[in-house]
Design a protein around this ligand. Sequence first.
Ligand code: BGC
Length: 755
Amino acid sequence: MTNKIAQFVALVALFIQCGTSVYAQKTSAKNIDTRVAALLAKMTLEEKIGQLNQVPGDISTGTDVAKDDLLTQIRSGKIGSLLSHTNFQNKITMQRVAVSETRLGIPLIFGFDVIHGYKTIFPIPLAQAASWDMGIVEKIERIAAEEASADGQNWTFAPMVDVSREPRWGRVMEGAGEDPFLGSRVAEARVRGIQGNDLAANNTLAACVKHYAGYGFSEGGRDYNTVDMSEQRLREMVLPPFKAAADAGAATFMNAFNTLNGVPASMNKFLLENILRGEWMWKGMVVSDWNSFGETIVHGAAADDVDASAKCLNAGSDMDMAGGTFQRGLKRALESGRVTQAQIDEAVKRVLHLKFALGLFDDPFRYLDPKRRNETLEKPDYRTFAREAAAKSMVLLKNDGGLLPLTEGSRFKKIAIIGPYADSKGNKDYMSFWTLGLGMREYDSTKVVRPAQALKPALEAMGYQVTITEICIDAMCTEKDYSAAINATREADLVIACLGERGLDCGESRCVSSLNLPRDQERILSITGRLNKPIVAVLFNSRPLVFDWATQNIPAILVAWQPGFETGNALADVLTGKVNPSGKLPVTFPKNLGQVPLYYNHLNTGRPQQQQGQMWTSGYLDSPVTPAYPFGFGLSYSQFNYSNMKLTKPQYKMNETIEVSITVTNSGKVAGEEVVQLYIRDISADIARPVKELKGFEKINIGAGESRVVTFRLTEKDLSYWNNEAKFKADPGKFKVFIGGNSRDVNELDFELIK
Ligand code: BGC
């Protein structure tokens, strides 16, 4: 009896929580497809088109769109999803209206850009890739998903997997750099972290792989610009991380803003129908980018909303983000025979499938539990990990004479920490615009540990005297700011110069036409540099920058990227040697802007240049062709030597495993981590192949004076390329295999692939 009462009470409670959600209670089938079909059969055309409509919430990341009263629209079944909504209580209200005040009670799905952390901010994605540690990358996403899901988000617009060779492009910071192999490993790790093993669990989110495809190759590094490339480049450079993410089970994809070979990505059948859904047999849902359906009209590829709706749906796109194009045009596209009912149903099914998979029909409030929210956001453990992740993603580019780490009993007694980023309280400094979980402007900036806050006490505890001198670099600043830096430098034995980019200069629509240290910061270095004090330059950057003067004249350079909340602590850990730096560049750093695009996996040309000035070779009169710092480069406080590289055989048959090993010795005085990288070159293929292609890497820890043998295994698949017959295939013939600690300094062997 008591049991029955308890059951009744539980049922009533459930009823109250879910309101009168008709559908949530009437479907019991386990199989999602059956449940989707049953629901679809009850829906009107308007309700179906409503499910394909995604509307912005309280944050806008694109051009302004008109927003009617959200609750009214939800009530009338016109909205299937919301994006960028931060207010927790409002999400509960909106969900309640969706499940209890609409005819079918279909829950909303809340999407959000969780790019490098949600409430706890981690290093930017490019920095994460620089760790070359997939465990770190996955765990960052796991924590971000824990926080975002506890705050009512169900779906993140991440990972961005756009390979890019364009440092001018502001969004290079959101990806994993220039290499498709590293990019693929990062893409998988991020999907694993975001989605976990069970989409329906209340601490996981659906991933959205973006931007499909080609966005990272926009001309001139200008956002939203034209992309034109061969299918071979598309297949080998752009698509692999998308494929890897699809294979890792990513639930959704996002269209790119750009045209690809003339066709806007949102209406690109070749990308969506032929490749994604056809060849890859991927079953998920595709959302537009912000108004990218509507922008097909601006591209000049669609006449009006009806035409745009027809073209985008026909190509295989499903949900319309922020533009309202489907709302205005899809019904008329159906009436005029431009799309079929079956096509609309297919798109709606994909949206509903996602909602079922997330468990939203079983419990629409699964992600809206205030208690879990309170317990989950910003746990101290997350911060501890943010510190580790930031330290492990920093890349030491120069360390002449072992200037770093700064240890106790050093000959330097007085340290001046100078520069605009020594102690900056600037909006979103040390992170990026893509930290929307904190809000756009009104966030608590004291959550960021600034360099001065952590570095000063850490160095003082070791007996140093430390001064902090911020340098203003705004247009209003005066010479006084420089004289303060000069005076501080004069007084000091060693200078730590904190330079780089503002947080708000990193991300979408933040492209640049110069890669110099912004706002004349080179001047800070050259003025202080003339005083002949050893300088450690710390760069807070979101993209490869150009700092040739520093490379020539400054003994130590550390790329700290935009490290997130634990900036100061992580920096102190690295500069004092508590953490031995182990990051490696996931992008080439050029010597000057004119070299761009500059990337390690280029073709050789018929006339490769060995030395600047060599006439009739492929080069520049006024610049070398070599980079400032190559892909894969990064120093450590240990020294790693590579020896005894071995292949098991000189020849391998097509289906045999190629095994190659090398001994890595830490000849330094401290234990350290090294990213051992394997590259290949196919030297007798049917088409010209890159001078190097990354095909493997392993991050290993080696004690001082110890050695480790690292073995890589390659298969025919690793040697294959997109050939003239439009297939991935390996050619028999000669290959080179290289192993080293970066893409330039390698050991090499030859082998042959035979039939
Ligand atoms: C960006 C996407 C982002 C979306 C939603 C767009 O402007 O290109 O990457 O997910 O806005 O904020």
